[in-house]
Design a protein around this ligand. Structure first.
Ligand SMILES: [Zn+2]
Length: 320
């Protein structure tokens, strides 16, 4: 039997890698560089080029969230610093990278093609290495639910890792009601999720623009849905690309818990605001979660079919 296997160790990048592009909301250009980081660093954003005010360092953490309208924005007491963090966070989380510095020289992460795939490519270019330190997970111990008006998000116990279930419903003949469920492991993230793009409706464009959003949106980075068809010449990448993209957003937003989650997350007609609310509600309830390391020796859990079958609490009662 092997304890402390590959999967239970923290991972970081072997080298650095960069991408550059436009912000989907601001339309502003930015370059992003992913850097390796020490064990227990987590994901840290470093915003450079701040007009002489010095670099700003922001932990990828739900307490750093300053806005969730159409994107997840991180900031501090000086205000918002980095917008549209969700897709690069999803790529790092989806590929199992625990520790990295995400350096960006603008106020918004470049949207690239609207999916997580360009960040996956950057991570692959940098390479992933396993570190000596054990990985710590957040294990969900009981359901935590937030919602109203037919929209809700819920985290519940799930022993197999992170499971994401998303459901969308838009009054539109091309979209309607769609649901998608996936157990998130790197190979599945790469194949089934990473390429799913941001989407938007033509009917919302004027309103978004007047509110200062989607100024950089184009067919290069957004699936644009008109009355009766998708306007992008290349069409869709998946028949259910929209609901898959919702899963990507959820993975990125759940990464803000600060450690990989062992649990199932269900989002019904949700978005960044709901994702953030559920993470905040989970972490606020000390009886709803605990830190664990996995896998644990089976002798510790023999005869226990419930919680703890895969992992035992690090800070809970010692059952060995
Ligand atoms: Zn998104």
């Amino acid at each position: 039997m092997i304890w402390g296997t590959h999967a239970s160790r923290q991972k970081t990048l072997r080298d650095q890698a960069s991408v550059s592009g436009l912000g989907v909301h601001s339309g502003a250009p930015a370059s992003l560089t992913l850097h390796p980081a020490e064990p227990d660093t987590g994901i840290v954003f470093v915003r450079t080029a701040t007009d002489g005010r010095g670099d700003r360092e922001l932990k990828a953490h739900f307490r750093s969230v300053t806005a969730t309208e159409f994107a997840t924005v991180l900031g501090d007491e000086h205000g918002p610093a980095v917008s549209t963090t969700e897709h690069v966070l999803a790529a790092l989380q989806g590929l199992g990278v625990d520790n990295a510095v995400v350096e960006v020289d603008g106020a918004e992460i470049p949207i690239m093609d609207g999916s997580a795939a360009p960040f996956v490519a950057a991570i692959d270019q940098a390479g992933i290495v396993t570190q000596a330190a054990a990985r710590r997970y957040i294990q969900v111990l009981k359901p935590v639910r937030v919602g109203k008006n037919g929209c809700y998000g819920e985290l519940r116990p799930h022993m197999g890792g992170l499971r994401i279930e998303t459901e969308i419903e838009f009054e539109h003949p091309l979209v309607g009601r769609q649901s998608y469920a996936v157990d998130v492991v790197p190979s599945v993230f790469r194949r089934e999720l990473a390429r799913a793009r941001t989407f938007g409706f033509m009917r919302d464009v004027a309103k978004l623009w007047s509110a200062g959003y989607a100024l950089g949106a184009s067919f290069d980075n957004t699936v644009v849905v008109a009355e009766d068809r998708v306007l992008n010449p290349e069409g869709m990448r998946f028949p259910d690309e929209f609901v898959r993209h919702k899963a990507v957003d959820a993975i990125g937003d759940l990464a803000l818990a600060g450690a990989p989650i062992l649990g199932a997350y269900r989002s019904v007609r949700g978005g960044h605001k709901l994702n953030h609310a559920v993470v905040t509600a989970l972490m606020a309830d000390a009886s709803a979660w605990c830190y664990v390391e996995m896998p644990q020796p089976s002798r510790r859990v023999r005869g226990h079919a419930g919680l703890g079958a895969l992992a035992a609490p690090v800070y809970g009662p010692d059952v060995s």
